[in-house]
Design a protein around this ligand. Structure first.
Ligand code: GLU
Length: 418
């Protein structure tokens, strides 16, 4: 088992090397950035509803704590591997660095299909995974959050298990908790809202406005649903959306609140009566202003990058475009707003949740959203400036900007023990 097994990890390191080169990063520091600080692998025995015990594999990869405690979500998905989690942990380090947060990068994952678990089984799995991680997580050590397949309820179970084990309530061990137990207003929709804020900035640079813009959303989980909803509320026309069940398309624009009611009842978009079905391949190739891939990594590759018919891509997911695809898109003048910038709204509001918890003082949703907008749009401007200065694409510029901050911090802190 090695980090390099997966294409996503190799691609992330290649991007890091290219960006480090653009900003003349110190080679000794770069060597350290290329490997996670540590990885934890745990076996998670779970009592299933039929009394059998099944053993799942869980990971937590802690990439860097130079800038603060490790920070990043926990993913439940049947394809999770150590290499994938390592790639996601690496991206978290650079996301937090780019956004100027006092946090490092980490990520967790359990190789399980959460849709096949009952609520009790999911709770058993979550609590045992938390207890196996033990003191490797904690409010000053490593702070998990939701990611694909996990949500506020999952965070509540982690918070409760950790608190039971240390003997007192410790809400700061996770972010993305329900508001009732110390969560922040605005956290659930934060990643989707950040996608919309960065889309607006990108559109400005193309002399366009969100109102009247056509948009396609691939992936209709937490990020995709909120991105679609907030864009719809601001006057964008959502032409098509897709999830694991398939895609739906309406050239006149989908009624997103109505679609969300349908999905709340039927779980998936398939069968929505007021739109036509569309394949994932066709959906990605639809002519639109903004395409927002909000599901998994490696969705846009060298094979379909030439068929993309969008002016702007905003990466709600982590790693949806491969390096080869990014190159093709850049050559075709498709402006791509990379994951570590476009989906940063989630971790920004996670940071706010952590801060509010430490102060025991909670903000209004408007305050949260306004502060998040300030951070994500300033990061956008910083990346745009570096892109113009170095004549590179947005992805390289975002990574370059993140590398710069981390490089300075690593050089200042130095190597210890030597
Ligand atoms: N899982 C989210 C991400 O990939 C959120 C991480 C967090 O809030 O810590 O950015």
């Amino acid at each position: 088992m090695d980090y390099n097994e997966g294409e996503f990890f190799r691609n992330s390191i290649k991007l890091l090397e290219d960006a480090a080169n653009v900003v003349n990063c110190d080679p000794n520091v770069l060597e350290r950035m290329k490997r996670p600080k540590r990885a934890i692998i745990v076996s998670i025995p779970v009592r299933m509803d039929d009394y059998r015990v099944k053993v799942f594999t869980g990971y937590r990869v802690q990439h860097s704590s130079t800038l603060g405690p490790y920070k990043g979500g926990i993913r439940y998905h049947q394809d999770v591997t150590l290499s994938e989690v390592a790639a996601l942990a690496t991206l978290m380090t650079f996301k937090c660095s780019l956004l100027n947060l006092p946090l490092g990068g980490g990520k967790g994952g359990v190789r399980v299909d959460p849709t096949q678990l009952s609520r009790t089984e999911k709770q058993n799995l979550t609590r045992r995974y938390t207890s196996e991680l033990g003191t490797a997580i904690g409010p000053n050590v490593d702070i998990p959050a939701p990611d694909m397949g996990t949500d506020a309820q999952t965070m509540a179970w982690i918070m409760d298990t950790y608190s039971q084990e240390v003997g007192y309530a410790q809400p700061g061990v996770v972010t993305g908790k329900p508001v009732e137990i110390g969560g922040s207003l605005g956290r659930t929709g934060a990643t989707g809202l950040g996608v919309v804020f960065t889309a607006e900035k990108a559109l400005e640079h193309r002399k366009m406005k969100l109102e009247g813009t056509t948009m396609v959303v691939q992936g209709f989980g937490n990020v995709g649903t909120h991105a679609a909803l907030y864009a719809h509320q601001r006057g964008a026309k959502i032409l098509a959306v897709s999830d694991v069940s398939g895609g739906i398309h309406d050239p006149k624009g989908l009624d997103i609140p109505d679609l969300l009611r349908y999905v709340a009842e039927h779980k998936v978009v398939k069968g929505y009566p007021k739109a036509e079905p569309i394949s994932n391949e066709e959906l990605l190739a639809l002519k639109c202003d903004v395409l927002a891939p909000c599901a998994l990594e490696n969705v846009i590759t060298h094979e379909n990058a030439g068929k993309i018919n969008a002016k702007i891509i905003v990466e709600g997911a982590n790693g949806p475009c491969t390096n080869e695809a990014s190159k093709i898109l850049h050559e075709r003048d498709v402006l791509t707003i990379p994951d570590i910038l476009a989906n940063g709204g989630g971790v920004i509001v996670s940071y706010f949740e952590w801060v509010q918890g430490l102060q025991h003082y909670f903000w209004t949703e408007d305050e949260v959203n306004a502060k998040m907008k300030l951070i994500i749009t300033s990061a956008f401007d910083k990346v745009w400036e570096l892109k113009q200065e170095k004549k590179v694409d947005m992805r390289t510029a975002a990574m370059g900007s993140a590398v710069r901050r981390l490089e300075r911090a690593m050089l200042l802190r130095g190597l210890y023990p030597r």
